[in-house]
Design a protein around this ligand. Sequence first.
Ligand code: PGA
Ligand code: MG
Length: 225
Amino acid sequence: MPMFKLICFDLDGTLVDSVPDLAAAVNCMLSDFDRAHFSEDEVRGWVGNGAQVLVQRALSGSVNIADDIDPALFNDALASFLKHYSANVYTHSVLYPNVKETLTALRDAGFKLAIVTNKPMVQTTPVLELAGISEFFEVVLGGDSLPEKKPNPLPLLHCLDHYQFKAEDALMVGDSKNDIIAAQAANFTSFGLTYGYNYGIPISDSNPDFVADDISELLAAVKLK
Ligand SMILES: O=C(O)COP(=O)(O)O
Ligand SMILES: [Mg+2]
């Protein structure tokens, strides 16, 4: 008997390397407002708290959000970013190595698989479809599906409630401290990946129960290998 019944996955930086398309959309938005562009590396350090915070960071030119962003500018910039990103939500994005093989093995072994992302639902759905992985997930929660997003534990608790499982049945897999903080607050076991987006900080700093360089290491963690 596997020790877990439910595995919740983060999306950006865990399953999909989405920063090339996110950075392109950020820069198209900045062009719309005659502002200077930022490199993909800079934008990578801003991803993790959803579209609104990403746009606020782009307008601030920093991970630390300026407190004097004009609300009208922010609204227009958010609309511009969402328009540009929706037009190219999976143009330069790719699945990380071994994602499909690992999801297939887990699904075939009977685990329930869910997505818990901070990405807005309107973009989560097409990314999963275009990446060819939507079939694996019965429950998909975006950053705007519930009143709170990660690092708040609410979306993880919602998944437990959906299946009537206990926290000890559940594992959260992610690349960001937001994933690990949410998992710890929900009493999930946590599995941190080193390759994603974590504001330039090692994921091990958040003390996940497992740390891995490749998602296929999940199979050993859930005792399939
Ligand atoms: O869109 C974001 O800000 C991050 O998305 P994630 O929660 O899937 O990493
Ligand atoms: Mg992530």
